[in-house]
Design a binder for this molecule. Structure first.
Ligand code: CP
Length: 312
């Protein structure tokens, strides 16, 4: 039973000890028996998945996370729901709350929608952002931090380069925010001028030069070009982008180093931001990010479900 309304809609403003508690809790859920050992933790709760934008990783990992904690899972299919009859998202959430489905996981393309939904939350429910326009993807930011921390526990000396379409990337915003709050040494935001952030909201140093941006980086996070969030003229020629900012093993090893951790939130456009040869990079953590996402989302669901479910 959730005593008060709770939310995870952004990482902005969350304290370091809160993020560390979530990451530590997620580590517990990475244990080999985690798929079956915690079946009672959220028994009696229902988690609703409302994905108004496409998703594979986030949606299924939230579903697995909820099931592994013993919760019921309801998935809204927008096209066959009463959303098609004009019911607002806030009213949809209130409808589900009336059925005692108290935890809602929402993905939506519209910037700002999460705070509007949060303002209309029914008491006793929880709202989790699973991706909001260009602004927030808090669980992705946390799972990226978790993945880095498992390989390089001391974040304070690390240089992390995030490369690509920073301007349209909710992942860049949330991952940079998580790392900054956790005391990362340095975040570099690397990309062509049109892809660099247009405000100072993302913690990190904007850099146009790929060579300088990834030189001696401990971690490189490549991003997909978010064509769905661009006006027609904004999208660069993909061949030019690949030539100037695409990574292959030779470039990564010669500039960053043979030990550099390679990450990507997915889905990857192989042959654009990453050469397919990088699937065999010895420190390719892309599948590990996906794996860690389930445990991290178990920790988030447990946290938001409230103290009565044992979050410590
Ligand atoms: N990283 C991420 O959000 O992937 P999906 O769009 O597949 O959920």
């Amino acid at each position: 039973m959730i005593e008060t309304s709770r939310k995870l809609i952004t990482l902005d403003g969350l304290r370091r000890d809160t993020l560390e508690a979530l990451l530590n809790s997620a580590v517990r859920y990475l244990a080999p028996d985690a798929a079956t050992a915690h079946r009672n933790r959220l028994a009696g709760e229902a988690v609703t998945l409302l994905f108004c934008e496409p998703s594979t990783r986030t949606r299924f990992s939230f579903e697995l996370a909820a099931r592994r904690l013993g919760a019921d899972v309801l998935t809204l299919d927008e096209g066959t729901s009463s959303r098609t009859k004009g019911e607002s998202l806030a009213d949809t959430l209130a409808t589900l709350a009336a059925m005692d489905a108290r935890l809602a996981v929402v993905r939506h393309a519209e910037d700002g929608i999460m705070s509007r939904l949060a303002a209309r939350m029914v008491p006793g429910t929880a709202l989790i952002c699973a991706g909001e326009g260009t602004r927030n993807h808090p669980t992705q930011g946390l799972l990226d931090a978790l993945t880095i921390r498992r390989h390089r526990p001391d974040l304070s000396n690390l240089s992390v380069a995030i490369i690509g379409d920073i301007a349209h990337s909710r992942v860049a915003r949330s991952t940079a925010r998580a790392l900054d709050t956790l005391g990362i040494g340095e975040v570099r935001l690397v990309g062509p001028r049109t892809f660099l952030p247009r405000d100072n909201e993302i913690p990190g140093r904007p850099m146009e030069s790929l060579e300088n941006g990834i030189r001696d980086a401990d971690v490189v996070i490549a991003l997909r070009i978010q064509r769905e969030r661009m006006d027609g003229d904004e999208c660069p020629d993909l061949e030019t982008y690949r030539r100037e900012y695409g990574l292959d093993a030779t470039r990564l090893e010669s500039l960053a180093g043979a030990d550099t951790l390679l990450m990507h939130p997915g889905p990857v456009n192989w042959g654009v931001e990453l050469d397919p040869g990088l699937k065999a990079w010895p420190h390719n953590l892309i599948n590990e990010q996906i794996h860690n996402g389930v445990a991290l989302r178990m920790a988030v669901l447990e946290w938001l479900a409230g103290d009565s479910h044992g979050f410590a």
